[in-house]
Every structure is written in structure tokens, then in C-alpha cells.
Design a protein around this ligand. Structure first.
Ligand SMILES: O=C(O)c1cccc(C(=O)CC[C@H]2O[C@@H](n3cnc4c(=O)[nH]cnc43)[C@H](O)[C@@H]2O)c1
Length: 228
């Protein structure tokens, strides 16, 4: 399988500025509360979905230099891999519904012979962030974070997705677009998701958004310590 690697070596010192892309204002504000007033971070609410995230990330990176891009927000968690209230740090960002439906099932971009639909995240960065979150008492898992255009809404689809992408821990809607834009500029990427709901049968009323935003805020204050 064809897996995209970040073009350039990541800046392991991370002394540079950090761009955080969220979908909605509530996520942006949670991240900002966690980061305080640190000038090295720029935090933007780009809108929901991969395209909006890619456009905003590209606009910012074209205008100025950053050492790291972070896709951050709430997300759905795959059962058996993570729990509502935990943080998932992506070790891989996967465009999970980019491909073709065939009589034999779903074919990914890779299987169709196009570019890869999987972006790898620098291992040492994932480890560093995961360990720091754990040390701060935050429940954290690592795994593939899937980027989808449609929120999974049935148990059947959740099982199929988890089977299709081994290692799937969470799903959200912006990671791949953000990562693709960062990749074009040779900037390393990180994705963190505060789990607000299980991936599966739709029950929007049961989403623990307030709690997930509080976890996102706590995780952001840990990032402040570990990334700069
Ligand atoms: O209604 C609110 O107060 C509110 C506050 C913060 C965020 C939201 C959102 O609806 C954010 C949408 C955002 O969340 C991600 N997300 C969350 N759960 C899932 C999921 O199960 N599958 C896919 N995406 C999910 C996603 O990245 C959306 O952009 C509302």
C-alpha cells in the first residue's frame, strides 16, 4: 500500500509557530482557552469538512511560515479502541471514504491506482504528545483517525469502516484536508480528537460535546508545554 510520508524531515525542535485548525468556533475557543495567550500559536475555525480545512490551511501557510500544523477538535470514537471522554492522537490520517464503490465493496484511492489516501504522522511526535497527555492524567489512545465526508450513522457502517481501515480509532471530518495542505508546504502534521460520541448508530442528543470540549481544552494546555 502506498502511504504518503511528510515530504521534509519534521522540525523536531518545534521552535517555530504552530497553526491549529478546528472546524467550529466552539472547538477553536476550547483550544484557545487551553493555550492561553501564547503568541506562537494561531488557532482558526475553518468550517466543517476536509475541503474547508484544506483551503484555510493553504491560505495561512502560503502567507507565512509554520513549523507544525495541528488538526484539532471533537470526534467519534470506534468502540473497543477508545472511549467517549478520551483523546485520540492520530498516528495516521486516512481519507476513509475517498474512492469508489464497486460490486465487491469499497476501493480506496490506493487500490484504484491513484495517490495515497493515508497520511503518516511522525512517530516521535505522536509518542511525545501521547506520553505528555497521559502524564497529565488525560485518557489517551493512538490510532488511525479517519476523515469522512458523512458522519457514520449506523452500527453496520461503523463495523464496515473499522474492518476497511485496520487500526481505526476515531473519525472526524477535517484531518485529511488539513494534512494534505500541510504536506504541500513540507510542514509536519498532528491530529488530536477529543471523543464526544461513539462511531455508530446516530444519537446526536447523546453526544458529550461539552465534556469533549473540556477535554480538548485540557489537552491543548498540555500541547503548549510539549510542542514549544
Ligand atoms: O453543537 C455544538 O455546541 C458543537 C460544539 C462543538 C462542535 C460541534 C460539532 O458538531 C463539530 C463538528 C465536528 O465534529 C467532528 N465530529 C464529531 N463527531 C464526529 C463523528 O462521529 N464523525 C465524524 N465527525 C465527527 C467533525 O470533525 C465535525 O467537523 C458542535
Amino acid at each position: 500500500m502506498n502511504i504518503r510520508n511528510q515530504g521534509k524531515k519534521p522540525d523536531t525542535k518545534l521552535k517555530k509557530r504552530i497553526l491549529v485548525i478546528t472546524a467550529v468556533a466552539a472547538e477553536r475557543d476550547a483550544v484557545l482557552r487551553g493555550l492561553g495567550k501564547d503568541k506562537r500559536f494561531e488557532v482558526l475555525a475553518a468550517g466543517v469538512g476536509s475541503a474547508a480545512a484544506a483551503v484555510s490551511t493553504t491560505k495561512v501557510l502560503a502567507a507565512s511560515k509554520y513549523g507544525l500544523v495541528v488538526s484539532a477538535g471533537i470526534g467519534g470514537g470506534f468502540s473497543g479502541r477508545t472511549e467517549v471522554g478520551s483523546i485520540v492522537v492520530a498516528n495516521e490520517i486516512v481519507a476513509a471514504d475517498l474512492g469508489a464503490e464497486t460490486p465487491e465493496g469499497f476501493s480506496s484511492l490506493d487500490e484504484l491506482g491513484f495517490d495515497s489516501s493515508r497520511m503518516q504522522v511522525d512517530n516521535s511526535l505522536v509518542k511525545k504528545v501521547t506520553e505528555a497527555l497521559r502524564s497529565a492524567g488525560i485518557s489517551v489512545d493512538t490510532g488511525a483517525v479517519l476523515t469522512v465526508s458523512t458522519v457514520t450513522g449506523t452500527t453496520k457502517s461503523a463495523i464496515e469502516l473499522a474492518k476497511r481501515v485496520p487500526g481505526a480509532a476515531a473519525e472526524a471530518m477535517e484531518g485529511y484536508g488539513t494534512a494534505l495542505a500541510a504536506h504541500e508546504f513540507g510542514v509536519p502534521i498532528l491530529e488530536i480528537r477529543a471523543i464526544s460520541n461513539p462511531v455508530g448508530a446516530r444519537d446526536r442528543g447523546a453526544w458529550r460535546i461539552k465534556e469533549a470540549l473540556a477535554t480538548l481544552e485540557a489537552a491543548s494546555s498540555v500541547l503548549l508545554g510539549v510542542l514549544v
